[in-house]
Design a protein around this ligand. Sequence first.
Ligand code: CAA
Length: 379
Amino acid sequence: MHFQLSEEHLMIQKAARDFAQNDLKPGVIERDDHEKFPAEQVKKMGELGFLGMMVDPKYGGGGMDTISYVLAMEEISKVDASASVVMSVNNSLVCWGLQEFGSEEQKQKYLMPLAKGEVIGAFCLSEPEAGSDATSQHTTAIDMGDHYVLNGTKNWITNGGTASTYLVMAQTDAAKKHKGINAFIVEKGMPGFTVGPKEHKLGIRGSDTHSLMFSDVKVPKKNRIGEDGFGFKFAMKTLTGGRIGIASQALGIASGAYELALAYSKERKAFGKTISQHQAIQFKLADMATEIDAARLMCLKAAWLKDRHEDYSTAAAMAKVFSSEVAMRTTIEAVQIHGGYGYVKEFHVERLMRDAKITQIYEGTSEVQRIVISRAILG
Ligand code: CAA
C-alpha cells in the first residue's frame, strides 16, 4: 500500500485546479446570484476532457481512471459546485452507464458526443413520488413491438434543460415490480417530451434542474439499454459509481471552504493577534483538516476499488455519507470563522455552505447510504 499520486495524477489535478481558478472563479458569485448555467465554462470543460474522463478513447473519452476523476472533481468543486455537478452527472451517470451497458450502436451515436462534451446528458430516475424509494416508478413504457410509448413525469433532473441526451427509467411491467423497469435513451426534441420550468434552489444555483414530462413519447426499441427488465439494475449500478462523484464533490466543497477559512484566519486580527493564534479557531481548523483528510482517503479508496474491478458499493456509500456530512460541518465552521464576512456573498463561504446541503440529498440521501452500508455489514 502506498499513498502517493502518480505524475499523471498530479498533472490532472493541476490542470483541474488551474481551470477552476482561471475559468470558474471569475463570475461564480454572479452565476449563483442569477441562477445562470455556466455554459461557456462547461463547453471548455468538454474541450479539456473533463466531461468524459473515464470513457475509452475509442469513444471520444480521456481513458483515465477513477482516481483521476476524484482528483479533478475535488479541484473543480472547491470553486464551483454548480459546474462540478454537471461534470459528475455526465461522467458517472451518463457516460459510464452507456459505456458499460450500452450497445455498440448506442455508444457510437450517443456516447461519443457526450464523452467529447459536445452535448451533455441527464439521468432521469426521480419522480414526484419516487425519490429514495426508487423502485416505485410511475413513468410507464408500454412495449409496442418496434418501439415503446413513454408517459409520466420526472423531477429534479440535473442538466434537465441543457441536456440533449436523457437516460430515462420507466416501468414496462408493473406486475414484475423492479424487474419490470427499463432504461431508455431519449433525445431532446422527441415529440411529446417537454422540459418543465427550472427549479429555484438553495444551492448549486448555477446548475440547471427541471422536471420533465413525457406524453406518448415514441422511443425506438434500439434505445432501450440492456435486456428487457434491466432498468433498475442499470440505475443502481450507475448510481453506485455516481456516489463516488458526489462524494468527491462534497470533499471539494469542504476543502474549498477550509482553504478560505485557513487563509482568512491568518489575516483577520482580533484581540491584538490574528484569529489563527486563538485556540478556539485553531481547534476548528484542526477538526476540519482531519475530517477532510479522512474524506479524501475514503473517496480515493472507493475509486481505487472501482479501478481494480472489485466491489466498491459499500466503500462508495461510506465515502458519500461521510464526505457530505464533512462538507456540511466544514462549511458551517468556515462561515463561523469568517464571522460577519462569512454571511455575505463576497467571501464565498456562504455559497459553499448552501451548496454542501445537496450532497446529503442527491444520488441517494445520507439515509439511503446508511441503508446500503447496514445491509452490507449485517447481510
Ligand atoms: N448494484 C446492483 N444491483 C443493485 C444495487 C447495486 N448497488 N442495489 C440494489 N440492487 C438490486 C438488488 O440486488 C435487487 O435485485 P434482485 O431483486 O435481482 O436481487 C434490486 O436491485 C432491488 O434492490 P433492493 O431490494 O435493495 O431495493 P430497495 O427497494 O430496498 O431499494 C435502495 C434499495 C438502496 C433504497 C434504492 O432504492 C436506492 O438506491 N434509492 C435511492 C435512489 C437514488 O439514489 N436516487 C438518486 C436519483 S439520481 C440523482 O440524484 C442524479 C442527479 O441528478 C444528481
